[in-house]
Ligand binder design. Structure first.
Ligand code: AMP
Length: 198
């Protein structure tokens, strides 16, 4: 894995442990010579991880829409900064530039990015690994909700497994680097379900 897209909060969150985890992830990436691809902001955990990557001598590529650049939240010292038209172009470029994806703790924007890339994966549009860094149990509720979606028949167990999760950055990177993609069955599952109830 040469490049990793990290989705994370534009806020710091309520506890210092989130920023500490962002710095630890940055170190684990630099140690493995993995470059950062992210949303290009210099705010919250986004800024924390980018600044730590750069401080440790790694490379950070940002992809930011013009509208956010105009609001001066764009990071000016990145290795590369792509200014794009809108959020759709941004997410497509972040996905294109990356060999895998990690969601750190974050807000609505982080969840939207995570679930879009999971959706593309379950449909077989890409075969890149996806994981959440479950810092201090931040994602426990989401992991439980996904299991409820499986129990209620809206998500297949193998689709839920596309969202790997670990509390520790090193273990998560290990799993991402050793990920073996399985063929997508989502469309076939839906066709098969047409013959079932109701
Ligand atoms: P949130 O989790 O709601 O804080 O949003 C974080 C995600 O949305 C990041 O991964 C970015 O891609 C995007 N985003 C939200 N706010 C900003 C911002 N002020 N500057 C740059 N990107 C942002």
């Amino acid at each position: 894995m040469k490049s990793l897209c990290v989705y994370c909060g534009s806020s710091y969150g309520a506890k210092p442990v989130y920023a500490e985890a962002a710095r630890t992830l940055a170190k684990e990436m630099v140690d493995r010579q993995i470059t950062l691809v992210y949303g290009g902001g210099n705010v919250g955990l986004m800024g924390t991880i980018a600044n730590e990557i750069l401080r440790l001598g790694g490379e950070a590529t940002g992809v930011i829409p013009q509208a956010l650049m105009d609001k001066e939240v764009g990071h000016k010292q990145l290795t590369h900064l792509h200014v794009v038209k809108d959020m759709h172009e941004r997410k497509a470029m972040m996905a294109e530039l990356s060999d895998g994806f990690v969601a750190m703790p974050g807000g609505i924007g982080t969840l939207e990015e995570l679930f879009e890339i999971l959706t593309w994966s379950q449909l077989g549009f890409h075969e890149k690994p996806i994981g959440v860094l479950n810092v201090d149990g931040f994602y426990d509720g989401l992991i439980a909700f996904l299991q409820n979606q499986v129990a209620q028949g809206f998500v297949k167990a193998n689709q839920a497994e596309l969202m790997m999760h670990e509390k520790n950055a090193s273990e998560l990177l290990y799993r991402l680097q050793n990920f073996v993609p399985q063929p997508s069955t989502k469309v076939l599952d839906a066709l098969a379900a047409k013959t079932l109830l109701p």
